[in-house]
Write a protein that binds this ligand. Sequence first.
Ligand SMILES: Cc1cc2nc3c(=O)[nH]c(=O)nc-3n(C[C@H](O)[C@H](O)[C@H](O)COP(=O)(O)OP(=O)(O)OC[C@H]3O[C@@H](n4cnc5c(N)ncnc54)[C@H](O)[C@@H]3O)c2cc1C
Length: 391
Amino acid sequence: MEGRIAIVGGGPAGMMAAIRAAGILGGGERVVLFDKNDRLGRKIYLTGKGRCNLTNLRPWEEFATHLHPNQGFLKQAFRAFSNEDAIRFFESIGVPVVTLQGQRVYPASLVAGDVARALERRVRVSGVEIRYRTRIASMSDLSGFDAVILATGGKSYPVTGSTGDGYALAQEAGHTVTPLFPSETALLPQPYDPGLPGLELKNVGLHLFIDRTPVESDQGDFNFTEDGMESGIAYHLSRRAVWALCNGQKVEIVLDLKPALTLEKLSARIVRDSITVRKDSLRSMMPEALIDPFLRANPGITAAGLPARLKEWRFRIVDYKGYERAVVTAGGVNLKEIVPKTMASRLRPGLYLCGELLDLDGDTGGYNLQIAFSTGALAGASAARYLLSLR
Ligand SMILES: Cc1cc2nc3c(=O)[nH]c(=O)nc-3n(C[C@H](O)[C@H](O)[C@H](O)COP(=O)(O)OP(=O)(O)OC[C@H]3O[C@@H](n4cnc5c(N)ncnc54)[C@H](O)[C@@H]3O)c2cc1C
């Protein structure tokens, strides 16, 4: 009897693994994909604010700088299925793409559902047997299979089905899991001025301080929301900030409203333009809605003190949004236990792991889906070859 592959999890990693494996094995229902939901890729529908930033076109050297905690681990999987391969693949399954700001690639329709539906369709026509509404609770549920691919995702947005089951399955198979924490998530300042939620800031600077030491900076856009400092550059800093909070460290974020100007240049401009701390005068320095919160945060401020406060508005961060709203789960199955060339487990023959389940995550910008596609494609191809080698 010919062997069979079980794939646990029908997210982007599991679907890509299924397509690849079935492509090599030639269908015949030798690949069985389990998902607890009644449709595949539920999380994809939410990605990129409903538009799905499916990859990033930066060349590998730049791409790798957006991966954590191990930039090199993805290299071989990326080489086997790169960002350009992903674009060609999506165009071949009827999803033309468009590249927008920051080399971010989206479906041309800007509809995330188009990506999810096209992938699910492709899985179906590949001859993969899909078992919907089936939750795999233990590795022993898969004892009839010759190879297993774990693609269960992380713990973020559990409503989509990603509830962290895969960590227990991997541990059952002997793997270790590095500490897990939410990343790409909102950071809550305290005090938090009620005038701030709802404000979008463009082209500002953020500096992250941990125990009073500057550790990371970024420049760009972010939002103040009900949950705190969110999206864009705030998300980027959230990985280190959340980890520091988990470890009981003091976390501060300094907002620079004028990152393009040095303190000296800003001071000279304020003198030249006779800018004062009156509301009508401050309009040239910041969005109107920010003026009241700014003045409340800096009581008694004078024109002489204005440049320093514009470049250094300090927020003490006391909390973060948990898995229910985090874009990604940091930490995961220990990469030392995975062969980067095949995504095979070093501990159990015939076991492969891929996607967010691994201790590998990326910044926002299309990096996480590319991790899922690259590792999923490689795991699927490797598992199929393993099966063929058993003949
Ligand atoms: C709001 C939001 C927006 C995002 N936007 C982007 C973006 O624009 N670009 C980007 O690159 N990344 C984005 N991401 C991250 C990206 O979506 C994930 O990193 C990616 O989906 C991970 O893929 P995966 O296949 O590893 O896991 P998942 O997508 O989490 O899929 C795992 C699947 O496994 C199934 N499953 C879990 N346990 C079991 C079990 N025991 N039995 C059976 N099935 C099981 C689940 O139902 C699920 O379908 C976003 C994430 C969120 C939450």
